[in-house]
Design a protein around this ligand. Structure first.
Ligand SMILES: [Cu+2]
Length: 140
């Protein structure tokens, strides 16, 4: 083998070795990035679990529309009731009632469900529940 040829091969194998080092570094960086993303996801999932117990309630003449009508297990639930109708309404569930609120207003009701069951909800303004402002919330 000529010196020139040997030199070329040496240069070539050094280049390949460097390329490998580059790839290894990139893979290591990718692994670190994926791990970091996974950790962020775990953290946000934890936050979601803590704040997922908000139920949006929209009410008007003469209905209630809930963002969800059931939850998977007994827990604390914040009902955010918005009156989207044109006369005052309230929202009552599990022995608690929001203030009577005017159209366009919002009232919160925090209920701690301690057991499974079916919990009826309604508007306490006379005649409204009979007209349709009622339903059942399920704690499974
Ligand atoms: Cu009402």
């Amino acid at each position: 083998m000529s010196d020139l040829r040997a030199g070329r091969i040496g240069l070539l194998s050094r280049t390949i070795a460097m390329r490998h080092r580059g790839i290894r570094a990139m893979l290591a960086l990718a692994a670190v990035t994926i791990t970091a993303l996974a950790l962020v996801q775990v953290a946000s999932a934890r936050v979601d679990r803590q704040t997922a117990t908000t139920v949006q309630v929209k009410g008007g003449e003469f209905f209630f529309r809930l963002s969800t009508k059931s939850i998977a297990k007994p827990t604390k639930v914040t009902f955010v009731f918005m009156n989207i109708g044109s006369v005052p309404h309230d929202f009552r569930i599990n022995g608690k009632t929001t203030p009577l609120i005017n159209p366009g207003k919002t009232a919160k009701l925090v209920i701690t469900f301690t057991k499974k069951g079916k919990f009826p909800y309604l508007c306490t303004v006379p005649g409204h529940a009979q007209a349709g402002m009622k339903g059942v919330f399920t704690v499974a």
